[in-house]
Design a binder for this molecule. Structure first.
Ligand SMILES: Cc1ncc(COP(=O)(O)O)c(C=O)c1O
Length: 444
């Protein structure tokens, strides 16, 4: 067999795919299934918690209407699923009508459709820094200029968002939307505080932008009071409907059904509908009916509560292990929900270069670089706590801390060798305490 020349058709590729990278997590997937690896890398919910019996029951209900389950459906989704969307949004305090909700093949498709609807090449968007790598991936196809807005432990910093928008305005860059994951953000685990949500809405009004509110994790709260969605705050204000809300069943039910939704005003939904017709005509009827059957017949809130109980225990295991094992120069966030902790190593360490060593020691994480459009985040890593049992999380963090410590010691040895002395020790100070305003992704 001749070797396949992977770039044989390079001259035919569209410009849009040339700069596109595969998500680091997707690439890691193969390695992570290796037996013995403790993977803190994926973003997997624990689908084992759902159980075979419950699944058999909902499948049985769907089988009663096999013909419809196996058929094409309306692009916007079946009526039964729209009722569920309205109910789930109401559970988070956002009022929506059947006409305002639109089914997508995961929130991931929502991201693609929003980008398809709004972005021409060279348009500007604001994203948190770091931000969800899958969103960067979806947006990249439309070739926007991504401007990252720094976050601290209270979420995106509004003054920095305003500054970025003013600069873009001076430079004549057409700004289209602000993308935010307000609750237990992927990857940083931080939550945008209520006052900043209001401020972000004011900024969007001032610059006449859309806000894309991506909220897969809002219901996975372990502590603290739930915060109003940006969508709900906008409704309170009675303002122009400029929030495009993205929801998903992946984290409150299961990602395998690949079902999410958009809530937006009619004009935007119309464009999204046309975009989806070109993408996949409609989302799976089978998935929609499974979900409708489950949400109609089972206590879905109790299941979400059970999941959050499981994740909370795992988050605690991760935070405890970090405190016990990590060198004092390492900082991390303290998520009140969701699936992720973001850890920041001293700035001279490179988490991407360190990964093969960690994998050789049987622990994996996602290096921070993939969560920025332009090369930041090298000394950071995302750690997932939802999928692995607490004792394994503890062991995984212990192994990871050994790798980090080794790299730090190597650096000290090199410094001593070149007689520059080891000065880095204390300048990083202690760990950022909970509630601190220090910027995420720096080592200060
Ligand atoms: C912030 C964020 N948005 C969207 C998605 C995509 O989710 P879905 O499974 O609904 O496509 C994820 C998945 O992890 C995510 O973390």
């Amino acid at each position: 067999m001749p070797l396949v020349d992977l770039d044989r058709f390079d001259f035919l590729y569209a410009n849009r795919v040339k700069g596109m990278k595969t998500a680091a997590t997707r690439d890691l997937m193969a390695t992570l299934s290796r037996p013995g690896i403790i993977s803190l890398a994926g973003g997997f919910p624990d689908t084992r918690a759902f159980g075979e019996e419950a699944f058999r029951e909902i499948s049985h209900n769907v089988a009663a209407d096999a013909a419809q389950a196996l058929q094409y459906g309306p692009t916007a989704g079946l009526e039964a699923i729209k009722d569920v969307l309205v109910e789930v949004m109401a559970a988070e305090g956002t009022q929506a009508s059947q006409e305002e909700v639109f089914t997508t093949t995961g929130a991931q498709q929502g991201l693609d459709l929003v980008a398809k609807t709004f972005l021409d090449e060279g348009d500007g968007i604001l994203c948190e820094g770091p931000t969800y790598a899958g969103a960067l991936n979806a947006f990249a196809a439309y070739r926007p200029r991504v401007m990252h807005v720094p976050m601290d432990r209270a979420g995106m910093i509004p003054a920095a968002a305003r500054e970025a928008l003013e600069k873009a305005r001076r430079n004549g860059i057409p700004m289209k939307f602000v993308y935010t994951v307000p609750n237990f953000q992927n990857p940083a685990g931080v939550t945008l505080v209520a006052e900043r949500r209001r401020e972000l809405l004011r900024i969007a009004r001032e610059f006449d932008l859309v806000i894309v509110e991506d909220n897969p994790y809002g219901m996975l709260r372990f502590e603290g009071e739930p915060l109003p969605t940006l969508s709900a705050l906008e409704q309170e204000d009675g303002d122009v409907d400029r929030v495009v809300y993205l929801g998903t069943f992946s984290k409150i039910f299961a990602p395998g059904v690949r079902l999410g939704w958009v809530r937006a005003q009619q004009g935007i939904l119309h464009k999204i509908n046309i975009g989806k017709q070109g993408a996949d005509l409609c989302s799976s009827n089978l998935s929609q009916m499974l979900i409708a059957s489950y949400f109609e017949n089972a206590d879905w809130r109790a299941y979400v509560k059970r999941l959050t109980g499981i994740y909370r225990e795992r988050r605690d295991a991760m935070l405890d292990a970090l405190a016990e094992f990590m060198p004092k120069e390492v900082h991390w966030t303290h998520p009140q929900g969701g699936l992720f902790v973001w850890a920041t190593l001293p700035s001279y360490l490179d988490a991407t270069a360190m990964l093969p060593r960690a994998i050789a020691r049987n622990v994996a994480y996602v290096p921070g670089e993939g969560f920025y459009a332009g090369g930041k985040g090298k000394n950071c890593m995302r750690l997932n706590f939802s999928f692995v049992e607490p004792d394994k999380i503890r062991r995984g963090i212990e192994l990871l801390a050994e790798v980090v410590r080794e790299r730090m010691e190597l650096r000290s040895d090199l410094e001593r060798g070149s007689q520059r002395g080891s000065q880095h020790g204390s300048q990083h100070g202690s760990r950022s305490p909970e509630g601190s305003r220090s910027v995420i992704g720096t080592d200060g």
